[in-house]
Design a protein around this ligand. Sequence first.
Ligand SMILES: [Zn+2]
Length: 637
Amino acid sequence: MDKKFSGKPASSDVVEEIKNRLDIVDTVSEHVLLKKSGRNYWGCCPFHKEKTPSFSVNPEKGIYKCFGCGEGGDAISFLMKINNTSFWETMTALAQKFGLELPQAGVSKESTDLKNRIVEVNEAAVRFYKKQLLENPEAKQARDYLEKRGIGRDVIEEFNLGFAPDSYDALIKHLSAAKNDYELLFKAGLTSEKTGGGYVDRFRNRIMIPIQNDKGDFIAFGARALSDSQQPKYLNSPDTPVFNKSRSLFALYQAKEAIREQDSVILMEGYFDVISAHVHGIKNVVAMLGTALTEQHVKIIARYTDSRKIYLAFDSDEAGIAATNRGAEVIRSAFTGLGEIRNFDESFVDAASKNDRTVCEIRVITTKTGKDPDEFLRTEGAEAYRKLIENAPLLIDYSINRIINENEQEKKNLTPQEKADIISEIIPLLAEIHNSIIRDEYVRHIADRIGINEESLRTEVNKSLRNVTTHQKKKKISLTVANRHQQYVLAQKNLLSLYFIHTEKFPPLCINRYLKGLTFEETNLETIRRVIEDIIEEVTSSDELFQKLMSRLSDNEEAKKVLTDLIYCAEDKKDLNAFAIEQFVKDHINFLKMYELSEAHNKLRNEYYENDKDDESSLLHQQKVRELIRQRQLGNS
Ligand SMILES: [Zn+2]
């Protein structure tokens, strides 16, 4: 090993060493076909779908930036993003690759130790349970159960299924023979506390289903009861330092490649639904762990599917329908804030191909017969299920069908009141369709299905649309405000980017004369500015400034991304002379000041209108407003 790293190296040394050894072009080339053009390399972005390259790699600075989706950073950021790993996970992997020893930092050593030990003891438990399933005569019932479900040896191996004997201490005895650590077993959720003190095996007489994280670590167990008298039917590990059920998905480890390849994911309810799907060659399937779908689940899924095509394949009973509706709501709310969710009209297909990050597509898989996926797969086969996936309706079609069918089943001829009820349920759904042609198509179709006048349905939908439209108008206004604010942030970026003009004439210290004393409202820019202030005296070139900043911000991905922006932002300012720079700074600072003044003005004006207009307060406001206007005029002159 490198001499420098014998003994106890500071983690930052190793991080630096790793960064020095990482070549951005090599790193990216493993995933992207790059072509040199000018000083930079170009390729198609791996983070969004595109046909013409807008992904640029700058080998001098060791950074990349996508002009399509805005991703950017250094080689570490690239690896984190492409592998879905944290900073320290990435560093650990790289340290291994380069044969370096990375002291743990960023995470407390103790908590990492405990986590590692829990994963280790879980692994030992997985081996124990599996051996029991395969060899223990008592496991016959478990083996029969699995066989009946079509689960053979290969599946037992793939999912590491096992059997927990009907005993209070089989696991404890086995594991503590090797390690005398009762507390660890308890912390791992493998045992429960006895009332009189001491511990007992948590899982008894159950089929054991290990739960892995996306890296394959064993983090918990699901366990199915073997006798009818056992409650609950499914028992899961409690939350532990390595396991949180609202953030974990069953079979993600086995499914993630397929999810990526097919750019879609199927969510099911039960462990055996998922296992059965995998057995039948349908691999892009995961399940929640006995909890409802959470936003965290959705975010995890979104990492693996760009177009965010999510199939909900819950049971067809009341509970399943409720879970479908709730799940759909969670998915939509997880994506709100990213923009409109256009899961209804045909245009989403287009938009998805352009990698609109605001799109998600929710489809619902239902079996007409009311069978759960496992049952359906075993009786009807994989091909039949694939057909269901292929023909899975969009959420809106599913919802409309359900509203109409519910009523149809009871009576063939609907009463006027029933029709009115159906319509009032359906109208809000229709009002969400943006494309008027498609909306009209739905109106015609639905009117025909329930036997009402098409025109009167259209009138009702339009009424409701008017309400929606006023809503959207309000949204538009806030959008223009956002754009103005974006300009404001851009102006701040432009100013800060001056530090990175790469010329002899303008070393950072020289630029500092123009920018000294400025502060920025945007958090990342301000973070960067503060670090610059800190190190400006010790750097001689913009390159050095950049490298130092990168290492100071090494675990702040957001700030690094903004820093990458600044480098590209500086490109078009290289030809400015001193006079032009001075003018540029003046104009931009002036713009910032104007913006801030007009914001203050708006705020005051709003306060004025909202206030009770008693003479005194309104007078005070008028004075303040006048002062602001004066300042703005001064600024313009
Ligand atoms: Zn991109």
